[in-house]
Design a protein around this ligand. Structure first.
Ligand SMILES: Cc1cc2nc3c(=O)[nH]c(=O)nc-3n(C[C@H](O)[C@H](O)[C@H](O)COP(=O)(O)OP(=O)(O)OC[C@H]3O[C@@H](n4cnc5c(N)ncnc54)[C@H](O)[C@@H]3O)c2cc1C
Length: 394
């Protein structure tokens, strides 16, 4: 008889874990509290618009990326899916002058040098940093400190690719984007750096993102989140997996008799929606905060403590706007300064952007506010925007 695995959560992690478990010969049931699978990889429709909530670009979309084989195994990507790598991938409208970023770093360099020869030194450094970070191919690793039967070894190429990255990280990790922007005399280039989402996490992160773009690791799969998730669900079901929707897991049952210390034991099932689901193993893919509520007693575990420390609880509020216009002739990732800053939830927004989804027909624009004390988004920074009508929804 097949051993039973229950997976809590039908997001990308839960579906992936489920598919790998099925392929290893287990019987798998996913318990998902929502009415649909996908978790944060999602989109929704309102008033004739489709709002993309997750997919701006798919990390590891390109062949040769460590994640690429995972996307293929779980069916998110297959030969029928077109992955778009639009060029330029970003365009900033500075008082009518387009300032562009290309995946091809040489094209970015030429474009910026033409715009501002006075910034030659800084532009070359900017592009060289992107080139250096584009060499980084992030491997799939085990969580540090997590007990595994077969440890994944980091490939040797990773250590070599990390060397130039470390140098860039060391130089830029503490630099604010305002400080970095002030290195450029061209007001438009400085403004572009201030306006790029992601730069608020530090300039090193910005180089990392632009490096991903440059190495072809971040394309946009046709259709965005919803069809991506549907393909993964299809793979899971085709292998015999079952999903229970609207089934919120409230407790992981632990067979204490088999354990030695409090909280230590073998998971024997899950309590969800008033039912007991018995299993030989349980995989939890809900976040670390939810983990605390799922276990009667959590054994002290270094990897879990570390994860908790690294996890910052964040409230996210989406504000979605539908624009009744055809934006298909606009660049794919278009940023512009608003004539008048917009105020939402007591925060001011100076920029608006249309991200890299496929804009054709009517477009939906959204932006994201982070409800924390930190000025993640200030008047100077852009709304973290998500937009598209990726399904070419009319
Ligand atoms: C706004 C935004 C934009 C993003 N953009 C990108 C992007 O462009 N490219 C990219 O690669 N990544 C992007 N990401 C990141 C990516 O979406 C996430 O890393 C990924 O979706 C996380 O998947 P997950 O399965 O780990 O978690 P989740 O997606 O959070 O899935 C967890 C699932 O568990 C369910 N669940 C939780 N608790 C329970 C319970 N007790 N019982 C039953 N079910 C439960 C939830 O309903 C959910 O379905 C973005 C994330 C956000 C928030």
């Amino acid at each position: 008889m097949k051993k039973k695995v229950i997976v809590i959560g039908g997001g990308i992690a839960g579906l992936s874990a489920g598919i790998y478990a099925l392929r290893c010969g287990f019987e798998v049931t996913i318990l998902e509290k929502h009415t649909m699978a996908g978790g944060h990889c999602t989109a929704w429709k309102r008033g004739g618009y489709l709002f993309e909530g997750g997919m701006h670009w798919l990390a590891g979309s390109g062949e040769g990326e460590a994640l690429h084989s995972l996307w293929r195994t779980i069916g998110g990507l297959d030969d029928s899916v077109t992955v778009h790598y639009p060029e330029p991938f970003a365009e900033f409208d500075f008082q009518g002058t387009p300032i562009r970023l290309y995946r091809n770093v040489d094209a970015t360099e030429q474009h910026l040098l033409k715009l501002s020869p006075a910034d030659t030194r800084e532009i070359k450094k900017f592009c060289n940093n992107i080139r250096k970070l584009s060499k980084l191919n992030m491997p799939i690793t085990d969580l540090k400190g997590l007990h595994v039967t077969q440890k994944r070894r980091l490939p040797l190429f990773f250590f070599f690719s990390m060397l130039p990255v470390m140098r860039v990280m060391r130089e830029y990790s503490k630099m604010s984007r305002e400080e970095y922007a002030s290195r450029f005399s061209h007001e438009g280039i400085a403004e572009l750096i201030r306006s790029i989402p992601g730069a608020e996490q530090g300039i090193a992160m910005l180089f990392l993102t632009l490096g991903f773009m440059a190495r072809g690791a971040a394309g946009f799969p046709e259709g965005g989140s919803l069809p991506f998730v549907q393909r993964v669900v299809n793979t899971f079901k085709a292998l015999g997996g079952k999903i229970h929707y609207e089934t919120c897991a409230s407790q992981v049952l632990v067979d204490k008799a088999s354990g030695e210390k409090a909280g230590v034991g073998k998971a024997s099932g899950v309590l969800a929606a008033g039912k007991r689901f018995l299993a030989d193993a349980v995989i939890v893919t809900a976040d670390t905060m939810a983990m605390e509520h799922l276990f009667e007693a959590l054994p002290p575990s270094p990897w879990f403590e570390r994860m908790k420390k690294l996890t910052e609880p964040t409230m996210v509020t989406f504000v979605s706007l539908g624009i009744k216009a055809d934006l298909k002739n606009y660049p794919k990732f278009y940023l512009f300064r608003l004539k008048k800053p917009m105020e939402v939830l007591e925060r001011r927004y100076a920029y608006l952007g249309l991200p890299p989804a496929l804009l054709s027909g009517r477009a939906a624009v959204q932006y994201l506010c982070r409800d924390t004390g930190t000025p993640f988004i200030s008047e100077r920074s852009p709304p973290f925007f998500i937009s598209n009508n990726a399904l070419q929804h009319q």
